[in-house]
Design a protein around this ligand. Structure first.
Ligand code: FBP
Length: 262
């Protein structure tokens, strides 16, 4: 495990990962609210904001756009992914090797594991290879730990999210990205079972400024290391404004109220 304070994708041990793999995972529909966001260059510009500790993208976006931003953005290369057109049991194709991610200049790799899926065994074996290869290159490892599939009725129950967080620790992630489990108490348990590994809250679909900042404040108070967020930033008309507020809550211990009035 890379100590969080030494991680290339944290600031003072905390993280704000800007996620932009939605074009693959959800399709261009996620860009409709702010059509300019279909242009990856717009998101790389946001990635230069001082709040952002890493930008998570897929290989093709990294190849095309990262060379112009390598001095200003930390690259988290998501090396597996699935489109929303896939109708089978949850699974995620490994579409980039760790060696190639390293060649592209990535500071970290991102990897989805669908615990509970019929494909869990294969996904975890793929994660093993990726995690061990990342260690050879001193790259940080971020697990998108999203339990879903077959008999899992509620992939956001508190116990399921705690299990998701623990999977990251057991399998060797440095940071694990989980959905918010519904309450601050449940989030605290999610962070407690993660030991020294970092936990980042997944942003989710877009909600209002106050509601979103309060969720982030709760997660930070519960012991999370930060946030991995896509739509709640890039679907806003003023993404820089919300990044300013997130910077205050995540790195400066401001309350949501303080961040809103700054
Ligand atoms: P959001 O903050 O927009 O929810 O993005 C986080 C993320 O994990 C993305 O990296 C990914 O594209 C998406 O959510 C996957 O969400 P789901 O699999 O739940 O549809």
């Amino acid at each position: 495990m890379i100590p969080l304070v030494d991680s290339p994708i944290t600031r003072d041990g905390k993280a704000l990962i800007l996620a932009y793999d939605h074009g693959l995972e959800h399709g261009p529909v996620d860009f409709k609210p702010v059509p300019e966001t279909m242009d990856p260059a717009q998101i790389f510009e946001l990635g230069t904001h001082s709040a952002v500790t890493a930008l998570a993208v897929q290989k093709g976006i990294a190849e095309g756009y990262y060379p112009s931003y390598e001095d200003d953005v930390n690259l988290l290369l998501k090396i597996n992914g699935t489109s929303n057109m896939w109708m089978g049991e949850p699974d995620s194709a490994v579409n980039c090797s760790v060696d190639y991610a390293n060649e592209l200049g990535a500071d970290a790799i991102g990897f989805t594991v669908y615990g509970g899926s019929n494909n869990e065994v294969e996904m975890v074996e793929e994660f093993r290879n990726a995690q061990e290869d990342a260690r050879k290159h001193d790259m940080a490892v971020v697990m998108w730990s999203y339990p879903r599939g077959q008999g899992l009725k509620n992939d956001t129950s508190a116990d399921t999210i705690a299990y998701a967080s623990r999977l990251g620790l057991e399998l060797g992630a440095d940071l694990t990205k989980v959905k918010y489990p519904g309450s601050a108490d449940a989030m605290q348990h999610v962070c407690d079972v993660a030991g020294d590994m970092g936990v980042v809250m997944s942003g989710g679909s877009k909600i209002g400024d106050r509601a979103f900042l309060e969720l982030v404040e709760n997660a930070m108070n519960a012991g999370a290391e930060g946030l991995a967020v896509g739509r709640n930033v890039f679907q806003r008309e003023n993404p820089t404004g919300i990044l300013d507020a997130l910077e205050a809550v995540i790195f400066e211990e401001a309350t949501a109220e303080e961040a809103l009035t700054e």
